[in-house]
Design a protein around this ligand. Structure first.
Ligand SMILES: *[C@@H]1O[C@H](CO)[C@@H](O)[C@H](O)[C@H]1NC(C)=O
Ligand SMILES: *[C@@H]1O[C@H](CO)[C@@H](O)[C@H](O)[C@H]1NC(C)=O
Length: 501
């Protein structure tokens, strides 16, 4: 008892200490509106591998993340994996209770491909996996919570990686068969679909630097192949939905892109545009621009570097007219995962190795030491960046409908998570400011419902609104201060003061 009190005091003191180092910069001025529109949807987001556990239960096959964490535990900071995690597969009722307590309008979760088709192929169809997601979807709807479903959140069936995964164009057909099954099985009730989550992470780190699953180290080559095949799979899935399912199901389908906002210390718009084209534009230009195809700037850079390396053609695959047309306009909305911003400056030296995306991009990225930093070293609080990103999208992509599909803050897992509250307060304000300025934003999903497996960082960086008692087989969910704060946002549709309690 005594030690618990001491720990709480220490946590409170540490929390207070953190909140005075940079916290004063984790704020933003409010523009005109004080309230979100009635049709604005608030929710939270999770992903299958990060919370479900039950990695081989009921016929589930191994994904590239199961293989990677089992074969290379040394690659994960605490040598952990997602085998058990928050065990949502067995304890969805706990998640449901948390969702109800938060009073969310929607819940964004992902479906594990390896529960539906354990080896990736339609012939391995697993009814128990389908039953699980039917039960999740039905329970959400019974409680007035709209399901928002991500079809792919990084957990490729391991069997498909044997064919090269996203570097092989076979993936397009494989993904289409998986998508067809999802629309067929769940599309009568699911009306918001997200094909892919964060292609930048999937491609740049999975098939470029090789720093995460499936550890393919082909910088400047494998990454661009992955982007190209992923875009084709996305576009083809959209066309499948519109031609075969839309008439009956009337849902919307989009893609979720992760992006920083690039800030120039010297107001150099050319540098900012370069940063945005390489992070957001690489995927957004082919889908949401009027002309389609990869951003012209990038096409030029990669071609120039490829020729200089002695190649006969560009490392960036050509999207021919057929694919360009198929991909252009292939989304009803743009999902955005925003966490942080960076200062960007075109480098005078050559960046990265040759070849690599870093070399093609050739931009120095730095942080402002004044920005409050999270437990994740890459995550700094800069709410103006979210407003800047939303303005960029408004101007560049004809004010397409935007869903903020992730936004959140990491720490040690303390229950009095003052900095997470500050982060949510300032970033939700940034969204409201963008709506005031004319952005067409229809929803916001906080990342994340519960503390979960944070990829290479294991369980050392916590993003949850709820803490999970990992020592107990019951895996109780415990609300943090940020959960109470977010519930207040949802109830009032306004941005309460952080000292609301
Ligand atoms: C916002 O997007 C929705 C859905 O795409 C569209 O119906 C609506 O007209 C858009 N609103 C504005 C103000 O552009
Ligand atoms: C929400 O309602 C407003 C006002 O009626 C409308 O302009 C906007 O397009 C709607 N947003 C969406 C995403 O439907």
């Amino acid at each position: 008892m005594c030690s618990i009190v001491i720990i709480l005091v220490v946590i409170a003191v540490l929390g207070h200490f953190q909140s005075v180092t940079g916290a004063e910069n984790c704020t933003i001025h409010a523009k005109g509106n004080s309230k979100f529109p009635d049709n604005f949807s608030f929710g939270v987001a999770t992903s299958a591998y990060q919370i479900e556990g039950a990695w081989n239960a009921d016929g589930k096959g191994p994904s590239i993340w199961d293989e990677y964490t089992h074969k290379h535990p040394d690659r994960i900071k605490d040598k952990s994996n997602g085998d058990i995690a928050a065990e949502s597969y067995h304890h969805f009722d706990l998640d449901l209770k948390a969702l109800k307590d938060l009073k969310v309008d929607h819940y964004r979760f992902s479906i594990a491909w390896t529960r539906i088709f354990p080896n990736g192929c339609v012939s391995s169809r697993n009814q128990k996996g389908i039953d699980y997601y039917n039960s999740v979807i039905n329970k959400l709807l019974e409680n007035g919570i709209e399901p928002m479903v991500t079809m792919y959140h990084w957990d490729l069936p391991a069997e498909l990686q044997k064919f090269g995964g996203f570097t092989n164009s076979l993936i397009v057909e494989q993904f289409l068969m998986y998508a067809d099954e999802l629309f067929e099985s769940f599309g009568d009730r699911v009306k918001t679909w997200i094909t892919f989550n964060e292609p930048n992470q999937v491609c740049k780190f999975g098939y470029g630097t090789g720093s995460v699953a499936p550890m393919v180290e082909l910088p400047g080559v494998g990454d661009y192949l992955c982007y190209t095949n992923l875009l084709k799979a996305h576009g083809a899935t959209y066309r499948l939905y519109r031609s075969k399912f839309f008439e009956k199901q009337q849902g919307k389908i989009g893609i979720t892109l992760d992006s920083i906002y690039g800030v120039s210390k010297t107001n150099n718009n050319v540098d900012v545009d370069r940063a945005m084209q390489y992070t957001l534009g690489l995927l957004a230009h082919p889908i949401f621009s009027k002309s389609g195809g990869f951003p012209p700037l990038l096409v030029k850079d990669v071609q120039k570097n490829s020729f200089a390396e002695g190649r006969k053609k560009s490392r960036l695959p050509n999207l021919d007219e057929y694919w360009k047309a198929l991909i252009r306009g292939s989304a009803d909305f743009l999902g955005i995962n925003y966490y942080t911003s960076k200062y960007v400056k075109r480098s005078t030296d050559l960046m990265g190795e040759s070849p690599s995306m870093a070399r093609d991009y050739n931009v120095e990225e730095t942080f402002d030491p004044k920005w409050l930093v999270a437990k994740s070293e890459w995550l700094h609080c800069y709410p103006e960046g979210l407003e800047g990103l939303l303005k960029f999208i408004r101007d560049e992509y004809d004010n397409v409908e935007v869903k903020i599909t992730e936004n959140g803050w990491s720490d040690e897992g303390e229950l009095v998570d003052e900095n997470r509250v500050l982060y949510f307060k300032s970033h939700i304000q940034a969204v409201l400011n963008a709506i005031h300025d004319g952005s067409n934003i229809s929803s916001y999903s906080a990342w994340s419902l519960v503390d979960n497996f944070e990829w290479n960082k294991g369980y050392t960086e916590k993003f949850g609104l709820y803490s999970v008692n990992m020592k107990s087989h019951k895996k109780e969910r415990i609300p943090k201060k940020s959960a109470h704060y977010y519930r207040k946002v949802i109830e009032t549709r306004t941005i309460p003061n952080e000292d609301f309690v």
